[in-house]
Ligand binder design. Structure first.
Ligand SMILES: *[C@@H]1O[C@H](CO)[C@@H](O)[C@H](O)[C@H]1NC(C)=O
Length: 151
């Protein structure tokens, strides 16, 4: 009995938070982004290699393997998901082009769904990939937020 009413309570809480979040959203920017779990995210990876090579992108997280994608110069590959309850969602990608293999966490909830992080929150997380590393476009139009490769 106690167990089932707990489940019931959690269900109502999640429903309430979802409605609250939806009602506070304007377009894809929500004032409660980064506070509530389950934020919807759209990660877009664009090939900006200066050498204009094709880019192979292989992204995975603990549960999901998005497969190996071939992304031509100036083209993009995107995927959508929701941040998990505990905000531990993390997608790691292997990027390769002739002679080179690099890795980078293209999504980390602690970086991309956290208003206190260096680059702030993205809901449309648009990344440009060049030889020097990935850069995330800022939604306020400021200079892109660039990172070194993890390896
Ligand atoms: C890719 O985009 C860059 C910058 O817009 C441009 O200079 C380059 O010619 C484009 N390359 C191809 C193959 O479209």
């Amino acid at each position: 009995m106690a167990f089932s009413s707990n489940i019931h309570f959690i269900f109502i809480l999640i429903t309430f938070l979802t409605i609250l979040k939806t009602s506070l959203s304007f377009g894809n920017i929500s004032p409660v982004d980064g506070i509530l779990p389950f934020s919807p995210k759209h990660v877009v990876i664009t090939n900006k290699l200066v050498a204009q090579f094709g880019l192979l992108v292989h992204c995975t997280n603990k549960e999901t393997d998005l497969g190996v994608r071939s992304v031509l110069i100036n083209q993009s590959f995107g995927f959508r998901f929701r941040v998990n309850l505990f905000k531990t969602t993390n997608y790691n990608c292997v990027f390769s082009w002739p002679g080179i293999v690099r890795t980078f966490d293209i999504f980390r909830a602690d970086r991309d769904d956290n208003s206190r992080s260096k680059c702030g929150i993205c809901s449309e997380c648009i990344w440009y990939i060049s030889e020097s590393g990935p850069c995330r476009i800022r939604r306020d139009g400021g200079p892109p937020c660039c990172f070194p490769w993890s390896s």
